[in-house]
Ligand binder design. Structure first.
Ligand SMILES: NC(=O)c1ccc[n+]([C@@H]2O[C@H](COP(=O)([O-])OP(=O)(O)OC[C@H]3O[C@@H](n4cnc5c(N)ncnc54)[C@H](O)[C@@H]3O)[C@@H](O)[C@H]2O)c1
Ligand SMILES: [Zn+2]
Length: 363
């Protein structure tokens, strides 16, 4: 069954489609419709996703291509690095993959970011397709064209902008996702509503029961709206010179917490904590009412996102936040809220204000 597609601008007049589907049955046709039938495909996946879904994807691609092979690497952020990239380059060279070859990223954001980066650089750039299987990848990392890998302890330090030829989501893949990973996706979804669509934020918090039961038509509405918002922001500001920075709402403090907890808390959980910090700062500036602040906290709690973090010192969080790469000439580029569903970039946040917000999220 084909849901309505969403068309996203690639460059100039070129657009690529995002499909919101309930299975993989439409994948071959979707690829064919982009004029990609008959090309060689390399499915890139990880050791958790490949055993569940790679066969189905391979079967589907074989309907339109005689040459489909796979590369599977060990799951986990710690493998989103240049060693794995090199292994993939080697396989592609050994298989004689040429400029017409296509990489298929089947997995979460780790697979998507790494595959996209390989596609951006192998033979100076080949096509790739995103088949995101985590909620986070469906609503966030598969849309927008940012690709890359970690370098030593530095996250996403090496990368490129490279847009996919198409994104094919089988939303039912979230059924096999560990619940904690689902929660992480919800962190980014709540963030997206808070940035620019209060009605959407309230849709997500108001339908939590159905969403948590993974009701597919509800998920479909939610995921689609989230992609629409992100794609719109990215279209207007592809290289993050302005508006795209809004997508970092909750990420300034969130990244600091993520780093200080040594990545033992998942990214989306840290974003939840970061959202609370940003909301508190907005509250103290009189931009949010107490009720709105509570509404945001409740929204995060509904999806089991932590509101506080244990075992950290306020000065460490402050220092780590200031060290984050998203600085604007020495000042922290902070995203604040002006009511639910409206956000803006601010670089006037003082250490005192930030400390007060940090205290709010420390257990
Ligand atoms: N490019 C971007 O714009 C962007 C945006 C946000 C995040 N990211 C990146 O995305 C990454 C995080 O993505 P993620 O949260 O999807 O992590 P992930 O890819 O590590 O997936 C999380 C876990 O779920 C497993 N998994 C994936 N799909 C599954 C399924 N359907 N069933 C069972 N298990 C499944 C994975 O093997 C992994 O263990 C980070 O590296 C982050 O930097 C990139
Ligand atoms: Zn994020």
């Amino acid at each position: 069954m084909t849901e309505q597609r969403l068309l996203v601008k690639r460059e100039g007049d070129f657009h690529y489609p995002i499909y919101f589907e309930k299975d993989f049955s439409g994948l071959a046709q979707a690829v064919k419709d982009e004029g990609l039938a008959g090309r060689r495909f390399c499915i890139v996946s990880d050791t958790n996703v490949a055993p569940i879904y790679a066969d189905k994807v391979e079967e589907s691609l074989k309907e339109i291509s005689a040459e489909v092979f796979s590369f599977v690497f060990e799951a986990g952020e710690r493998n989103k690095n240049l060693d794995t990239v090199q292994e993939l380059y080697r396989i592609l060279i050994e298989e004689g993959m040429d400029r017409k070859g296509i990489l298929v990223a089947l997995g979460g954001g780790v697979v998507g970011d790494l595959t996209g980066f390989c596609a951006a650089t192998y033979l100076r750039g080949i096509d790739f397709i995103q088949v995101p299987t985590t909620l986070l990848a469906q609503v966030d990392s598969s849309v927008g064209g940012k690709t890359g890998v970690d370098f030593q302890q530095y996250k996403n330090m090496v990368g490129a902008f490279h847009q996919p030829r198409l994104v094919y989501m089988n939303m039912s893949t979230v059924e096999t996702l560990p619940p904690k990973e689902f929660t992480c996706g919800m962190g980014e979804i709540l963030k997206t509503g808070l940035i620019c669509d209060g009605e959407f934020f309230r849709f997500v918090t108001g339908n939590a029961d159905e969403i948590k039961k993974l009701d597919l038509s509800m998920l479909s509405k939610m995921i689609r709206r989230c992609c629409e918002i992100k794609a719109g922001v990215v279209e207007r500001d592809p290289k993050e010179q302005g508006e795209r920075a809004l997508l970092n709402l909750g990420h300034t403090v969130g990244h600091a917490v993520e780093k200080l907890k040594d990545f033992r808390l998942l990214h989306g959980q840290c974003v939840g904590i970061g959202l609370v910090a940003a909301a508190y700062l907005s509250l103290t500036r009189g931009l949010l009412t107490q009720e709105e602040y509570e509404e945001i906290r409740k929204g995060c709690a509904l999806y089991e996102l932590p509101l506080v973090v244990e075992g950290l010192k306020e000065q460490d969080v402050l220092a780590a936040t200031k060290k984050d790469k998203k600085m604007d000439q020495g000042r922290i580029k902070f995203i604040l809220m002006d009511g639910i569903g409206k956000s803006f970039i601010d670089n006037t946040v003082s250490d005192e204000e930030l400390l007060a917000a940090v205290r709010e999220i420390l257990a």
